[in-house]
Ligand binder design. Structure first.
Ligand SMILES: [Zn+2]
Ligand SMILES: [Zn+2]
Length: 287
């Protein structure tokens, strides 16, 4: 039994939704994703098998829904071999404490993300004054205090291998958070990118609601290191990506993805970096 597992002090339901809420879609025969309100939760493993992994855990109070989806796909009472995190923001760990209590399975995250998952450190306050839409303005209500997974969480192996998922590698993609990682499978070019880049304009209420696919930089209100975020997107663009499963927004592939990503890399400072905000270093980004 895992001990000392606690929700964050500012855990609360976030009244936000999108047209994809509760929709699921198979990406490949062993990659499935489901949208919890506004964030994607990914299941890697063949249907009806017992060998599967959950990537990210949705928004607060999302745990039960995730468990039901998992049972539908993998069978009654099924639980993953592990839960692996792209990063520890509230909209990726919302159901996590409940799921770990229920499933008693190990959680993995990048070493630099562990303080935010073991009650040691709060994330920086979301920037409600950043250039952006309504969802950026209300971002100060989002939880930023740490959850505590105690001894249930451990660091990803340093050799970039992903536990259980032998065909996958993790790639350090900092910027949005310091220990942010993405997961790539060479064989079919599937990238589970987290929030390193996403396919919806996450600060806009309208765009989040409609979920029209469009390659975008990381969510503005929580991104604290834009230079690192730019490097991360550049590194990802060099990979032979066929299809991307983002933390926010629908799956994208083919020409639409390729062109969108190329444009994001070329015009990162104009497209992704806000013109103003507390985490923007103005001297670097005059254009
Ligand atoms: Zn995030
Ligand atoms: Zn997110």
């Amino acid at each position: 039994m895992y001990k000392r597992i606690e929700q964050s002090n500012d855990y609360k339901f976030i009244p936000m939704t999108s047209l994809r809420d509760r929709l699921g879609e198979e990406v490949t025969e062993d990659v499935y994703y489901y949208t919890d309100q506004i964030a994607n939760v990914i299941f890697v493993g063949k249907p009806k098998s017992n060998d599967w992994v959950l990537i990210d855990a949705g928004l607060p109070y999302g745990g039960n829904k995730i468990r039901k989806i998992a049972e539908k796909r993998f069978g009654e009472g099924s639980k993953p071999k592990a839960i692996i995190l792209t990063h520890g923001h509230f909209d990726h760990v919302g159901g996590l404490i409940d799921l770990v209590k229920e499933w008693q399975v190990p959680v993995y995250a990048h070493e630099l993300e562990l303080p935010y998952l073991t009650g040691k450190k709060s994330y920086p306050e979301p920037d409600g004054n950043v250039e952006g839409g309504l969802l950026a303005k209300i971002s100060p209500m989002y939880p930023n205090e740490p959850i505590n997974l105690g001894n249930a969480v451990q660091a990803l192996p340093v050799n970039q291998e992903v536990p259980i998922l032998s065909e996958w590698h993790w790639i350090h993609t900092p910027g949005h958070s310091s220990g942010h990682v993405s997961f790539f499978r060479e064989k079919d070019g599937v990238l589970i990118v987290g929030d390193a880049f996403i396919t919806v304009r996450q600060d806009s209420f309208y765009n989040v609601l409609m979920q029209n696919p469009e390659v975008n930089g990381p969510p503005r209100y929580l991104t604290t290191d834009w230079d690192a975020a730019r490097d991360s997107v550049r590194n990802l663009e060099k990979l032979p990506i066929q299809i991307v499963v983002p933390g926010h927004g629908p799956v994208m592939s083919g020409k639409e993805l390729k062109e969108g990503l190329t444009k994001l890399v070329q015009e990162f400072d104009q497209l992704a970096i806000p013109d103003y905000g507390q985490y923007v270093d103005h001297e670097n980004h005059f254009h």
